[in-house]
Design a protein around this ligand. Structure first.
Ligand SMILES: Cc1cc2nc3c(=O)[nH]c(=O)nc-3n(C[C@H](O)[C@H](O)[C@H](O)COP(=O)(O)OP(=O)(O)OC[C@H]3O[C@@H](n4cnc5c(N)ncnc54)[C@H](O)[C@@H]3O)c2cc1C
Length: 445
């Protein structure tokens, strides 16, 4: 560890107590104690870290803000955690090129604000947008509420700078909308959860900021009424920038134990719908929308000002942490099915009698399924429940995770349930880029 203590351009933490917090992220995974935590402040530190890792057989575990929900930044045996919070650099925004470059250490909230201040919009908005880092959001290709219209982080990335296994920082891609020089290596790094290299900076595209928002609260008496709406809306030519929901159990828990703003939330179940089309505030738009919603819209409420809109969104934003506080040992999965299969998904899970509650991104079929009694369930039974949940999604053309990633939390299931060719291909790429397992060994694959 002496070599680490002498690392150039870095803050090095070796005190076991100070390193304790680095064993966790926001998943249920608890990692091993790391060998060290390093906060690099320049390329010399990264180069030396790679040299040491190769020489000593260590693995480097990149970490942003630790809000991940898959155990991706938690240490495995022989890990040095590389905390990017002190990585230098500034946000550089170009109105002419409609893009923004930022270091991995930038907080996502600061990046989004910088874009807004210039009248521009960076859409990716994981619900942790005010706590997570840009680097972490790139490495997980974070989704969020607006992904149903604007896609995930990867859809916004033009180029990526990353530390690779040769100890150097390389740039992949160029900051242009069009670039067709062979397979896109920047995209290989986005969403790779730190297993191919460590992202130090990236350039993302921006668009003009949407000026109008129509925010609607849609309470329903029978929550099954909500389940066909995601595809009914798209079939009718509507594309909401948000379509969130709470099932009856989650809604009731929020009403009874949640924040003050949640106490008066109406309905057996509830959806939060938002549109940002340029004409979304016109009567014609609303009329057309009501036609598609039909009788479901009986008790619809429209947020008339920014304060009301913010009150609705604040309840959605706190749902995850509220449930975590109430049920600390719960297990939460962020499965995904095509939006046309949402009803089938609930039909299948009801038939399986899975003891789950659900909320999340109904509009794009990314459902946050919570097994609240996981802590009191026998491990084999819990595993069987989770496996049936995953199989149900796969059978419907969906996947194990819509946005949180695989990390350590879903690794076993990913390996067991995926097409072996898919896993072998990922392992071949890992072998080509990082044969010694310098980067986040033991994660994902
Ligand atoms: C309340 C709450 C709500 C959330 N809502 C959403 C949501 O709506 N959508 C969503 O997608 N996620 C969501 N998340 C999960 C998480 O916040 C996001 O995935 C986030 O983008 C992770 O960023 P981070 O900086 O905390 O990364 P970390 O948790 O620190 O790391 C996440 C992964 O990225 C890797 N990594 C981090 N930095 C780098 C780097 N510089 N180079 C290479 N790899 C790196 C880590 O090794 C790890 O595998 C939520 C989390 C919480 C706690």
């Amino acid at each position: 560890m002496n070599a680490l203590a002498r690392l150039p351009d870095a803050i090095v933490i070796l005190d076991p107590e100070a390193m304790e917090a680095y064993r966790r992220d926001e998943s249920h995974v608890v990692g091993c104690p790391p060998l060290a935590v390093v906060k690099p402040q320049g390329p010399a530190a990264l180069k030396e870290l790679v040299r040491l890792a190769k020489g000593e057989g260590h693995t480097l575990v990149p970490r942003g803000a630790g809000t991940g929900k898959a155990g991706g930044c938690t240490p495995t045996p022989g890990s040095i955690v590389v905390d990017f919070s002190a990585w230098p650099g500034q946000i550089e925004l170009s109105r002419a090129d409609l893009c923004l470059k930022a270091p991995a250490s930038t907080m996502l909230r600061d990046l989004k604000s910088a874009a807004l201040e210039a009248g521009l919009f960076y859409a990716p908005d994981p619900n942790s947008w005010d706590q997570c880092s840009f680097g972490g959001s790139l490495a997980t290709s974070a989704g969020g509420v607006s992904a149903c219209k604007y896609g995930m982080t990867r859809h916004w990335v033009l180029s990526v700078e990353a530390l690779m296994e040769d100890g150097e920082i390389h740039r992949f891609g160029i900051p242009t909308v069009k670039n067709n020089s062979g397979p896109n290596l920047a995209q290989l790094l986005v969403g790779s959860e730190g297993i191919f290299g460590m992202i130090t900076a990236a350039t993302v595209k921006l668009i003009p900021v949407p000026r109008q928002h129509l925010t609607l609260l849609l309470p329903v008496r029978d929550w099954h009424e909500l389940l066909d709406l995601p595809s009914a809306l798209t079939e009718a030519g509507f594309l909401p920038n948000a379509f969130e929901f709470w099932d009856p159990a989650v809604l009731e828990d929020l009403r009874r134990h949640g924040p003050e703003t949640a106490r008066r939330m109406p309905g057996e179940a509830l959806a939060l719908l938002e549109f940002d089309d340029p004409d979304c505030m016109t009567e014609a738009f609303l009329e057309r929308l009501m036609e598609v919603l039909g009788p479901v819209a009986e008790a619809i409420q429209i947020a008339t000002d920014e304060r009301q809109r913010e009150a609705l969104w604040s309840v959605r934003r706190t749902t995850s942490s509220h449930l975590k506080e109430r049920f600390p040992r719960k297990v939460s999965e962020d499965v995904v099915v095509p939006r046309s299969q949402v009803r089938e998904f609930f039909k299948a899970t009801e038939a399986l009698k899975l003891p789950m509650v659900t909320y999340g991104h109904l509009g794009d079929g990314n459902l946050h399924v919570n097994l609240l009694a996981a802590g009191e369930t026998a491990p084999e039974e819990l595993e069987a429940q989770v496996t049936s949940l995953f199989r149900t999604c796969l059978d419907l053309g969906g996947g194990l995770t819509g946005e949180h990633g695989i990390g350590l939390a879903k690794r076993e299931a990913f390996l067991k349930l995926s097409d072996p060719y898919h896993i072998q291909t990922l392992r071949s790429i890992k072998q080509a880029l990082d044969p010694l397992g310098v980067f986040n060994r033991g994660k994902v694959i």
